[in-house]
Design a protein around this ligand. Structure first.
Ligand SMILES: *Cc1c(COP(=O)(O)O)cnc(C)c1O
Length: 421
């Protein structure tokens, strides 16, 4: 069982809404830091271990600055994500650029920052060389295809658009070796929101074996393997979080057997998790705006799918509590909806809750990753503010809410006057 608790009491939340109007996101700094330390601890046996926070999960520089202070780097896949990393003074080995279908200007910026470039395709070797030149060390992304089972979000690896095939990998490293590159990394990412610890140990196994084969065949040395992100979180209260110690220890045993004993030298283990880093420590706080009783009971919130898309997009479960009524009987079955003109704009379907009343605060849990970040403006909806609960109990705003002027910023209304129809 995982506890679904907001770090602020009902009274504290109500007080907060006198300063910031709902809906808003709230993140918990102390919990994010404690979790970051637990991840590092699980891999303390590997002196070069590094986690690169997948910026796309929660692209807020205030959170990135906290994670940097905990020793995390950044995993970027777009120019704005590189710029966010630059804004918190990350550069060089602290950034990995894992992109796909990459525009030239993004490679140029990644090279300028000295980021580790993780190539998604064999044709990108030439593309990168032409647009930005080749770096001193480079990483290639492996797609194991049928050699590894995927999971529901990523699907079967052979259907996934990412990475090199096995043969392309051998060819790619050979090509890069012959161009004089001496430092190499190997990456794969084949799962998303995976709760089975053995999955990550198997991924490391696959990469360690491959490092052995590639090193032997091509006479090259690997600095690191990056086993990607994808560690899941228990969205449902009955689920258990991934035991990081089990993952760390499982990979340590393989490391001793496959790397240390075979004399492959020092190999850093790297990860690029997003979801498990911030996901459980972010909440979407919203108010009940309407109740409606037709063929079903509906509870309408003042937020919508534009604020949190996962339930509508993936049918994903997010736990919901009615603030101040947590211990009342859960005997009111309803759909919890947003205001988009889309019938999949529902945070929950047939969910049993303590009966909410208009004006009640509703807390949507585990929204700290791939939540605010996926927000969009369809139907003229605006993205909410992001607030951070500091370790000392203060709450600070780390992103303001969008305004209608933000929404209209790309339109030229003055031009309408001269626009003849
Ligand atoms: C999305 C993504 C991640 C992070 O995935 P999580 O499920 O949030 O851990 C890491 N690496 C790459 C290449 C990604 O696309």
């Amino acid at each position: 069982m995982s506890q679904k608790k907001c770090p602020l009491s009902h009274e504290q939340l109500e007080e907060l809404t006198t300063r910031y109007s709902t809906p808003f996101y709230l993140y918990d700094e102390a919990a994010i830091r404690a979790n970051a330390r637990a991840l590092k601890e699980a891999f303390a046996w590997n002196p070069g271990f590094k986690e690169y926070f997948a910026v796309k999960a929660t692209p807020n520089p205030y959170l990135m600055k906290i994670l940097k202070a905990e020793g995390f780097g950044a995993d970027c896949s777009s120019l704005p994500e590189l710029l966010l990393s630059e804004a918190v003074d990350l550069s060089g080995e602290d950034i990995i650029f894992t992109s796909n279908d990459t525009p030239a200007d993004e490679y140029v910026k990644a090279m300028e920052l000295g980021a580790i470039i993780n190539l998604d395709d064999i044709t990108h070797i030439k593309f990168l060389e032409q647009c930005a030149g080749l770096p001193e060390r480079i990483c290639l992304r492996y797609n194991p295809g049928p050699l590894k089972a995927g999971n529901t979000i990523i699907g079967h690896p052979e259907e996934a658009k990412y990475g090199f095939t096995r043969d392309q990998l051998f060819e790619g490293y050979r090509l890069l070796r012959d161009k004089g590159i001496k430092r190499f990394g190997l990456h794969t990412m084949v799962a998303s929101n995976e709760l089975d610890a053995t999955y990550f140990i198997e991924t490391a196994h696959l990469l360690f074996d491959l490092v052995g084969e590639l090193s032997a065949q091509l006479g090259i040395h690997f600095d690191f393997v990056n086993i990607g992100g994808g560690i899941g979180i228990p969205y449902r209260p009955e689920q258990e979080p991934v035991d990081l110690t089990v993952v760390g220890e499982g990979i340590r045993k393989l490391y001793e057997e496959k790397i240390e004993k075979t004399g492959l030298g020092l190999l850093d283990v790297r990860m690029e998790c997003g979801r498990m880093v911030t996901g459980p420590y972010g909440w979407l706080v919203s108010r009940v705006l309407h109740k409606k009783n037709t063929y079903k009971q509906y509870v309408g919130l003042d937020s919508c799918m534009a604020n949190l898309m996962r339930p509508g997009m993936y049918g994903a479960y997010h736990h919901i509590t009615v603030s101040g009524k947590e211990s009342r009987p859960h005997d009111f079955v309803c759909d919890v909806t947003g205001s988009l003109c889309e019938n999949n704009d529902k945070f929950a379907i047939d969910r049993a809750l303590p009966e909410p009343e208009i004006g009640d605060l509703v807390v949507i849990h585990d929204a700290g990753a791939h939540g605010h970040a996926m927000g969009f403006n369809y139907n003229g909806k605006l993205r909410s503010a992001e607030l951070l609960l500091r370790a000392d109990g203060d709450v600070v705003q780390i992103r303001r809410a969008e305004t209608i002027s933000d929404y209209f910023a790309t339109l030229n209304f003055a031009g309408l006057k001269n626009f003849k129809v």
